[in-house]
Design a protein around this ligand. Structure first.
Ligand code: F6R
Ligand code: MG
Ligand code: MG
Length: 368
């Protein structure tokens, strides 16, 4: 059977009233573009939003990093940007960092997660999209879903899962090329943890089954401020995760999102906030946040998608959201102090540097 490629490409191309959400007209324009211009070479598609970001999921047979697929999404974002400009939306075209398309959108601003699969008889997969945070936000949940039996019961109960996983982790501080390491769990799980503790530096790029050699996870690793060299918004990642059978179950993959772990992002991409699992097409609000993550589950047959099942639209997650709101409120109570605001190297607004430079001149060393 021919292989099927799943591609998620996501970008912030403008939103209503600040960084709340894209307009209906913008979304329709992006969706219609993909539908019309993708005819004949994409099998199926889904367009939705998470906070101020629009995500395009396509299924096709052209493999990963395919120029035609990437150009389709890039041009759909350009069409959406035109609408954003005409409507006066905020941050129109924000994530389209270069003026001309060249080959694929990696390194051009949008976030990308893709995988080419041999469809299993039943092929459930999850599409994650996060806003007001960074790619490392998926580090902890992935570790817990794939290496910790406290969340992944399959590590104890299912022999094929117990065999463990291969991790490909990227050093995103290295900008000249892709710098990656391969590690296996369970044998090297402490080494994986040693890297994944540093969300700003090391990011999971993919996870593979040691039982079947198949790719299970593909996550985006692009850091916009490494590309642009200046503040252009946070890097709001996307991720594809295949589920069930020889892979962790959907519920095991969702389980860690009950924590609302603290991540970088929030207001001005410069604060710490808890990651809140939200329903599909949720806006951003409190303190340009909180950092949010949506998750849509799909099934697929010969590349044809079902409608999405909204994983965080269930009463349990209302309770989780209330608890995470309390965490958000708690850290916001300390405003700019200490752990609430990011360290100098992670700040995305550099105005404070100029203030410090000015103040530097006024410091005096007291002679004893
Ligand atoms: C964070 C984000 C917002 C903006 C903030 C200020 O990712 O997009 O928090 O940083 O709204 O935006 P400007 O400086 O454009 O007014
Ligand atoms: Mg934005
Ligand atoms: Mg965003």
């Amino acid at each position: 059977m021919a292989k099927i490629t799943l591609s998620i490409i996501k970008a912030d191309i403008g939103s209503i009233g600040g960084h709340i959400k894209p307009s209906q007209k913008l979304l329709e324009t992006v969706e219609n573009y993909v539908k019309e211009k993708g005819r004949g070479f994409i099998i199926d598609y889904y367009v939705g939003f998470t906070g101020d970001d629009v995500a395009i999921l396509t299924t096709h047979k052209r493999g990963v990093l395919n120029p035609k697929i990437h150009k389709l999404c890039w041009d759909a974002f350009l069409a959406g940007t035109k609408v954003a400009k005409a409507q006066g939306l905020y941050g129109a075209g924000q994530d389209l960092l270069v003026s001309a398309f060249s080959g694929n959108v990696k390194g051009m601003g949008p976030q990308v997660a893709e995988t080419e699969i041999e469809e299993r008889p039943a092929e459930p997969f999850l599409m994650f999209a996060a806003d007001k945070t960074e790619p490392g936000a998926f580090n902890l949940p992935l570790y817990l879903s794939f290496a910790d039996p406290m969340h992944c019961a399959g590590l104890i109960l299912a022999p094929t899962i117990k065999k463990g996983f291969k991790w490909v982790i990227m050093d995103v501080a290295y900008t000249k090329a892709d710098r990656v390491i391969e590690l296996v769990t369970p044998e090297e799980s402490y080494d994986v943890a040693a890297l994944l503790r540093d969300n700003g530096r090391f990011v999971v790029e993919s996870i593979w089954s040691r039982e079947t050699q198949e790719q299970i996870v593909s996550a985006s690793t692009t850091r916009l401020h490494n590309i642009a060299g200046k503040y252009v918004g946070k890097d709001d990642p996307v991720m594809l995760v295949r589920a069930q059978k020889d892979f962790p179950a959907t519920g095991e993959i969702l389980s860690p999102y009950t924590i609302g772990h603290f991540v970088s992002g929030f207001m001005r991409g410069s604060h710490t906030g808890p990651l809140m699992p939200v329903k599909k097409n949720s806006p951003i609000s409190y303190f340009d946040g909180p950092p949010i993550v949506s998750c849509l589950a799909f099934s697929i047959k010969n590349g044809k998608l079902t409608e999405p099942a909204d994983c965080f639209d269930q009463p349990y997650w209302d309770y989780v959201r209330t608890k995470i709101s309390q965490k958000a409120e708690e850290i916001r109570r300390q405003g700019f102090s200490g752990a609430a605001m990011l360290s100098m190297s992670e700040l995305e607004y550099t105005g404070v540097m100029e203030t410090l430079k000015e103040l530097e001149k006024r410091f005096k060393v007291r002679r004893k």
